[in-house]
Design a protein around this ligand. Sequence first.
Ligand code: ATP
Length: 235
Amino acid sequence: MAPVLTVSGLGKTFIMHLRGGIELPVIADAAFVLEGGKCAVLGGPSGAGKSSILKMLYGNYAVNEGGIEILHRGQIVDLASAAPRTVLEIRRETIGYVSQFLRVVPRVSALDIVAEPMVERGTDRRKAADRAGELLSRLNLPERLWALPPATFSGGEQQRVNIARGFIIGHPVLLLDEPTASLDATNRAVVVDMIAEKKQAGVALLGIFHDTDVRNAVADVIIDVTGFAPDKKAA
Ligand SMILES: Nc1ncnc2c1ncn2[C@@H]1O[C@H](COP(=O)(O)OP(=O)(O)OP(=O)(O)O)[C@@H](O)[C@H]1O
């Protein structure tokens, strides 16, 4: 099967403008592919650059070198050089992202935060709210919390709202940054099942999972980020 996303020659160097422009090379010449129906997992020690790769794939971090080719609206688009408007369109339709922490918006209820991506894509508000409720029930978020803004929720409750929001749309590519880090065993198992269903539906997933049990349960491929270390490439 043709890959859904192809990373080639990807490089990232942070420039610390407030520290006299010190350069911090983090990733060099990274290359891998994502395929539909498979979950790839980024491996490697803390600080190796796993989150930085996810953030480049979602367009949060600028790419210094290389390309990120993605199948979007039936065409191959290079995310690394795409215009901001195209990146936003790709996020709406093609790439979903569950970040480590929920970005809470004041006064917006948990249910609306989860439903929002569906509403943005034109689904009727009530239908989107029903689907959001189904996901929140499945993730065991008590119904009494649904109408409240998540600012005061526990870490695990906020993480479950974030997961429901990331999973509500059928994006063909889904990026997961430690989605189970704050969850108990019951909810970790729910997320493992939800990932398996995404695979069944043909979604290409890329995630970071520090929990070994979760990683073993979901991973089809491990991408070892230490192979993309800049000093290794220079040696
Ligand atoms: N915005 C940034 N500005 C400067 N340096 C950064 C930035 N983001 C990440 N880094 C640096 O890049 C390196 C890789 O960080 P990253 O968060 O990608 O690693 P990681 O493999 O995901 O680590 P962990 O497993 O601890 O989450 C680290 O040395 C970090 O300090």
